[in-house]
Design a protein around this ligand. Structure first.
Ligand code: SF4
Length: 371
């Protein structure tokens, strides 16, 4: 087990589109108790973690906590090899130079900034707590603190957003020269403010055609700027792909800590209870915080490895899939692969099976055919 995820479920406020396991921060004491529980949960499983390759602090907003609290949890994972990838997600409204310097000094070498847009009206519309100016400042502070690897997240297909608005966001993002960009189209998740507004007819979602145009514009623009698409929503300069996330897309094993965090190992999957108070109580009472467990059938494992692997531009390595599952991915519904090949959606050689750029646009629909 060499990939570790730590979940911090607190934010300054809930964004209008957010379907993640996150909640506005109540009492600061709650944060301290939560971090203490996290450290205890990790200490209890530390022996299972060997030869760390990636550590990822996500949320929520990890940087809502002080560097000292984050450092105490990170210390539970020491030591790790010098080439390990240590990522922390940050909301631009929660960072200072001192905090970023401290995070860099304790070992984080990858900073993922949740910028979402460089347009203040859009930021207000989606409920972000920061301005475009703060986002730029956070990037500059990250660089000053010594982060050579800074990535940005952006959202598109927002209600009322035009292709021109999106082009401006892309241009601003590229002007900062990030090493990595994650681009997510807005989805109307259950129990979100946006879902309610949509149901009440208060917002009109962006049309599918415009959404596709925005995506294709980004793929082209980023490619010309040297940020290559390596997964449907993720783009990076050479050598800066997220190793942590690639492990997910390769259906690798990982251990998750914290409220709602998922783990996956050897055909089993489990997740902790989502509620942060219940999570802390379980840990303090010496009980397992796991709220859900399942054994993944061999057939489901094969399908997940296909479905996730095809999200990546490189696709699936045929031989390693064969080693793992005892047969070629092309033996899984061969008639489907042949049809996709004829239509120009999939291609393969002796080494890799992958979706074409056109196929990547249709990936979710294509996965249904494989299921
Ligand atoms: S900052 Fe991220 S996790 Fe927190 S509410 Fe907004 S989208 Fe959700």
């Amino acid at each position: 087990m060499n990939s570790v995820y730590i979940h911090i479920p607190f934010c300054l406020a809930k964004c209008h589109y957010c379907g993640f396991n996150s909640q506005p921060l109540g009492q600061p004491a709650g944060l301290k108790n939560y971090f203490r529980a996290l450290a205890r949960e990790i200490a209890g499983r530390r022996a299972e973690i060997k030869d760390i390759k990636t550590i990822y602090f996500g949320g929520g907003t990890p940087t809502i906590a002080s560097a000292a609290l984050i450092g105490k949890v990170l210390n539970e994972l020491r030591p790790w090899p010098s080439d390990a990838e240590l990522t922390i997600e940050a909301n631009p409204g929660t960072v200072t130079l001192e905090k970023l310097k401290a995070l860099r000094e304790m070992g984080f070498n990858r900073l993922s900034l949740g910028v979402q847009s460089f347009n203040d009206d859009r930021l207000k519309q989606i409920g972000r707590v920061h301005t475009a100016r703060q986002a730029v400042k956070a990037f500059e502070l990250g660089a000053k603190a010594g982060f050579a690897n800074i990535g940005l997240d952006l959202i598109y297909a927002l209600p009322g957003q035009s292709l021109g608005d999106w082009k401006n966001d892309l241009a601003k993002a590229l002007s900062l020269e990030p090493r990595h960009l994650s681009l997510y189209s807005l989805t109307y998740e259950e129990n979100t403010e946006f879902r309610r507004q949509k149901a009440e007819g208060r917002i009109i979602p962006c049309g599918e055609e415009l959404e596709a145009d925005m995506y294709l514009e980004a793929v082209d623009r980023l490619d010309r700027a040297g940020l290559k698409r390596y997964e449907i929503s993720n783009f990076a300069r050479k050598g800066y792909c997220s190793r942590h996330n690639i492990n997910y897309w390769r259906a690798g094993d990982y251990l998750g800590f914290g409220a709602g965090a998922h783990s996956h190992r050897g055909g089993k999957r489990w997740s902790n209870v989502k509620n942060s108070e219940r999570y802390v109580r379980s840990i303090n009472n010496g009980k397992s915080p796991a709220g859900f467990r399942e054994t993944i059938s061999p057939e489901q494992q094969r399908f997940e490895a296909l479905f996730l692997g095809l999200r990546m531009a490189a696709g699936i390595e045929i031989k390693s899939y064969q080693r793992r599952f005892g047969r070629s991915p092309l033996e899984h519904k061969p008639q489907v692969w042949l049809r996709w090949k004829e239509r120009g959606w999939a291609e393969w050689d002796g080494r890799n099976l992958r979706l074409t750029p056109q196929g990547l646009l249709l990936a979710d629909g294509l996965a249904v055919e494989l299921a």
